[in-house]
Design a protein around this ligand. Structure first.
Ligand SMILES: NC(=O)C1=CN([C@@H]2O[C@H](COP(=O)(O)OP(=O)(O)OC[C@H]3O[C@@H](n4cnc5c(N)ncnc54)[C@H](OP(=O)(O)O)[C@@H]3O)[C@@H](O)[C@H]2O)C=CC1
Ligand SMILES: CC(=O)N[C@@H](CCC(=O)OP(=O)(O)O)C(=O)O
Length: 347
């Protein structure tokens, strides 16, 4: 058991990206963490304040220079996929060296290798490690995460939609027709690399659906999680993500067919009971509607419920960089090290 303060030595790989930078800020303020190493593959000799508009004085280093025997935990904030320096390789290198890992990327979330190949459109060079990662949706896998040495942090859209639907899934109420998820994401969700849809001129005063239907790589992740939550097959998911001209936030508006199911008051009671003791998931009062501003800058999830003929609309919001990435990663670290789950997280 960890005894003194500032006694958990961590490294952040990919500290210069959006989620890495967010994580660095959380970790520097965490009462039990010493952030000894923050890496950049392309600017290893730089200071973070040369690459981000920040007054933080944080020298970076190369990924290869991190002394793996001196760290208790590595956070990976790297692009997914095969190739040197990317998440797949780095997670495997660290895991095989015996380092505890929380991977914010998608390489170790899907359990089925065929699913990874199909949805990530690349081979997995370390498929033997897939089963050794616990899926890091804190509220669902709390006990398993506490015992884990490797955690695959969920994607931002899957976090938002899985928490929105968890009470329905565990009650066995996801049995009919297609669940339709329309979701909006801020531009930071696309990462810091140059991408045409994220350019100001393209994104400003515009909202663009992308990968609509059943083609986004988060579809199998959402299906896998809902299946795990319900303990049964679920019908199907239609997922339409949209890019919106805001910096951060995810809002999912989800239609669930429920023609034969429970009454609205039973559903509300079930959500209230499921989330009553959760520090970071909140059912809003009847009549309120979740929006980006409910959760922006926090690790919280806001959920509102709305009846409609033959079903239900669930609206949920998170901050993609916090509950959808760095915040949930810190929540998972807290679980792994036996700390209070809320330690070091903004409320
Ligand atoms: N942004 C979000 O909302 C969320 C992101 N994620 C996941 O977290 C991971 C990081 O995302 P995000 O912070 O947005 O990404 P960014 O694109 O903002 O940053 C990724 C960082 O990885 C480093 N890197 C190392 N190797 C490579 C390489 N071969 N190609 C490109 N970059 C490289 C880069 O820094 P350097 O060159 O300095 O090493 C870069 O700063 C991704 O897997 C993403 O899918 C998950 C949930 C939400
Ligand atoms: C707006 C935007 O582009 N968002 C990203 C999702 C970010 C995320 O959670 O990605 P990972 O699953 O790779 O970790 C996308 O749709 O690809």
């Amino acid at each position: 058991m960890i005894q003194s303060s500032k006694d958990i030595d961590v490294a952040v790989f990919g500290a210069t990206g959006y989620s890495g930078f967010e994580l660095v800020k959380l970790l520097l303020n965490h009462p039990r963490v010493r952030l000894g190493h923050a890496t950049s593959g392309s600017n290893p000799d730089a200071n973070l304040n040369q690459l981000h508009p920040t007054t933080l004085d944080l020298p970076l280093c190369s990924p290869q220079s991190v002394p793996l025997n001196e760290i208790d935990l590595a956070f990976l904030c790297l692009p997914h996929g095969a190739g040197p320096g990317r998440g797949q390789e780095e997670a495997a290198r660290l895991a095989r060296a015996g380092v505890r890992v929380i991977d914010l990327g998608g390489d170790y979330r899907l359990r089925e290798i065929d699913h990874y190949r199909r949805w990530y459109q690349t081979e997995h060079a370390h498929a033997d490690l897939l089963g050794s990662f616990v899926y890091g949706l804190s509220e669902f896998h709390r006990t398993r995460i506490a015992d884990a040495t490797r955690v695959a942090n969920p994607g931002c859209y899957p976090t938002c939609t899985a928490l929105a639907l968890y009470p329905l899934a565990e009650a066995g109420w996801l049995t009919e027709g297609s669940i339709v998820i329309n979701a909006v994401s801020g531009l930071s969700g696309a990462g810091r690399g140059l991408k045409i849809p994220s350019l100001f001129v393209e994104a400003n005063e515009n909202v663009t659906p992308y990968h609509p239907g059943q083609v986004h790589r988060h579809v199998p992740e959402i299906m896998q999680t809902l299946r795990d939550m319900s303990g049964a097959e679920i019908p199907s998911v239609v997922f339409v993500p949209h890019l919106a001209p805001v910096n951060r936030g995810i809002l999912a508006t989800i239609h669930v067919p429920l023609s034969q199911g429970p009454s609205m008051s039973e559903i509300r009671e079930h959500y209230a009971a499921r989330y009553e003791k959760e520090p970071f998931v909140h059912l809003l009062a009847e009549g309120a509607t979740a929006s980006l501003k409910h959760t922006c800058g926090t690790n919280h999830t806001a959920i509102s419920l709305h009846p409609c003929e033959g079903g239900l609309v669930v609206v949920a919001s998170i901050d993609n960089l916090l509950k959808g990435a760095a915040g949930q990663a810190v929540q998972n670290m807290n679980l792994m090290f036996g700390l209070p789950e809320t330690e070091g997280l903004p409320c």
